[in-house]
Design a protein around this ligand. Structure first.
Ligand SMILES: *Cc1c(COP(=O)(O)O)cnc(C)c1O
Length: 372
């Protein structure tokens, strides 16, 4: 065997996105014990940083030691009990995974379906809430990475509360890339990921639980079926102060990476990070539209960090993406489900959301398409 030296790519797909060099070098710092007082104070800073970017005062805000999908499982496995009725809004791949989580936990999923590429419809959600007065949870994806559509989290949460439901929100792609206000929008349980708009490596899932969610957790009739993700136990490791007990060995160096990512975002300012993503989206959009390439999602519901565009007529999807990767070291994403072979998903997430990447992507596409 030999050491693995990956090629140097520009990552403009649906994730992972480019990791900032400062974060890569932070991860190369010496490993220390996960109960070392120096590490514990870094953990406290990390939690504070996460609260700031989530815009929440929730005490139960911490990074789960696993990717975004585990953040999803943490929310569902702690909050859904057998026979709970959960309204799941599906407008893409990740909503489908939420439904899978509910049914595997023995819950009953009520589906609110919207077309892929569209936002979750508040009217349809209200209809489902009216028809299911015994539902206790509403779950939806804020930023559907499979299509590039953004839903109105504030309105959906408000509706859910009017009908006495708590909310589980997927913010894996939205955190850092687009406006998100956990407390103001009254989001009860939320999970995200480090590999999308936080400029960091894959493998950590920041989560936050508010009071309503903690109450639902505390009155459970059955224990959480997952030992690893049971927040009652995880909290004993991540709780304030010195009384930490061993739960699992934290991914020490990966957490250095998250900490550095938070240092950088707080320096930039979270609102400035949203604005940067929006401005860069507009730059890419203008360039693509000038080439006659059109967007899947209507302007109002478009995510700035995930640009879904129709593949031009007569162009070979797989071949173009292979040429981009091999000749330009540039990765963009393929379409999924109904849009496989029909769209490209061009990510402008975190450190990848910068001007030189947009210029590279536009000129590479122009060159390849002109040679067809
Ligand atoms: C990427 C993503 C996930 C899963 O995150 P992983 O880190 O790949 O496990 C979940 N939801 C959405 C909306 C995502 O974009």
């Amino acid at each position: 065997m030999q050491s693995f030296n990956p090629p140097v790519r520009t990552l403009m797909g649906p994730g992972p996105s480019d990791v900032h060099p400062r974060i890569l070098s932070a991860m190369a710092r010496p490993t220390i014990g996960h109960l070392d007082p120096a590490f514990v104070s870094m953990m406290d800073e990390t939690k504070e940083g996460l609260k700031t970017i989530f815009k929440t005062r929730n005490k139960l805000t911490l990074p789960v030691s696993a990717p975004g999908s585990a953040g999803m499982e943490t929310c569902f496995s702690n909050l859904v009990e057998p026979d709970d009725k959960v309204i799941v809004c599906i407008n893409g791949v990740f909503g489908m995974r939420m439904k899978e989580n509910v049914t595997r936990l023995g819950g009953k999923a009520i589906i609110v379906e919207d077309n892929w590429g569209e936002a979750v419809s508040a009217n349809k959600l209200e209809e489902a809430l009216k028809n299911n007065p015994d539902a206790s949870i509403v779950a939806f994806v804020h930023a559907e990475t499979s299509t590039g559509a953004q839903s109105d989290a504030k309105t959906l949460c408000k509706l859910a509360h009017q009908y006495d439901c708590i909310t589980i929100v997927d913010a894996v792609t939205s955190l850092g890339g687009t406006e998100l206000r956990v407390d103001e929008w009254e989001i009860d349980a939320i999970y995200s990921g480090t590999q999308k708009c936080l400029s960091a490596m894959p493998g950590i899932s920041p989560i936050s639980f508010g009071e309503r969610a903690i109450k639902k957790l505390s009155i459970r009739k059955t224990p959480v079926s997952s030992w690893f993700l049971d927040l009652n136990l995880v909290m004993e490791y991540w709780s304030e102060g010195a009384k930490r007990t061993y739960h699992h060995t934290a991914p020490v160096n990966t957490l250095y990476g998250l900490h550095e990512s938070l240092v950088m975002i707080l320096k930039e300012g979270i609102e400035n990070s949203w604005t940067r993503h929006q401005k860069n989206h507009e730059l890419l959009r203008d360039g693509l539209e000038a080439m006659g390439i059109n967007f899947l999602v209507n302007k109002k519901d478009r995510l700035p960090q995930l640009n879904s565009v129709f593949i031009p007529e007569g162009v070979d999807d797989v071949q173009i993406r292979a040429t981009l990767l091999n000749d330009y070291n540039l990765e963009i994403g393929a379409g999924l489900g109904v849009y496989a072979g029909k769209i490209w998903r061009i990510g402008l997430m975190g450190y990848a959301s910068r001007k030189e990447n947009i210029i590279l992507c536009l000129s590479a596409l122009k060159e390849i398409l002109a040679s067809k």
